[in-house]
Design a protein around this ligand. Sequence first.
Ligand SMILES: [Zn+2]
Length: 281
Amino acid sequence: MTTYFARPTLPGPAALVLATLLLTGCVSGAAYEGSPAAGTTPEARAEQPGTAGRDAEEPGAEEPGEGPGEDPDAESAAEPAAPPSIDLTKHSATDPASPWVVVNKHAPIDPVDHEPELTTVRGYLVRPDAAPDLTAFLEAADADGVHLTLRSAYRGYPKQAEVYAGWVAQLGAAEADEVSARPGYSEHQTGLAVDVGSTTRPECDFDPCFGETVEGRWVTEHAEAFGFLVRYTPGNAVVTGYGPEAWHLRWVGRDLAKYMRDTGATTLEEVFDVPGGGYVR
Ligand SMILES: [Zn+2]
């Protein structure tokens, strides 16, 4: 956010429009066209020579022929605050094995019964690529005297079917869709999402008051530094299709989390130009 809004020549609203155009226009379009590279795993693509590394931040990195760090467009702008650079095509937004897969009420996991690779963090199943950041995140909280619990992590298709059916029985289908994903539509099935809880006020777990707990405030402040998004916030429900869940964290990796913080984007839907909102009925 700071990068755009610090530009002295643009007033706030104009800067916001610019940021929005960049996010929903050329950047995300390019990302989408290049997304599912046939026969290439995200890991393999990440290792290709010439692909920007996870921490690469040079603005000119995407054009090797242009000379070191030079961007013709940047010259005319003559502004020091260039947009943060990240290769948004580095990982697929549709492959369920990708760390950047977008899963929402319009974008189910495909294939619907996909089962990820899994490992264990504090007794909960998560994807191996998310595990180091999750461990570091929980340990950093502990070091600050804030003790988070894990309440849920990977849920396979059959488990999600059971959870969703429970909500439907309790609330009816319409209300169940507001609080629980249908099977095949849950980020938890990717192994990249966790729900965290409070040790000081466990009665707030899975409740809006979690955000007010000492643990919830720590999560809000520090999740991004460890590659996690608080995926469902009060401001982005229209885009994500879910009400705010201060406890639901989605791992995307530190480079994308930082990019989103720097650009002010709060949803993967904006970044990768994926439709969101409620179910298509
Ligand atoms: Zn969750």
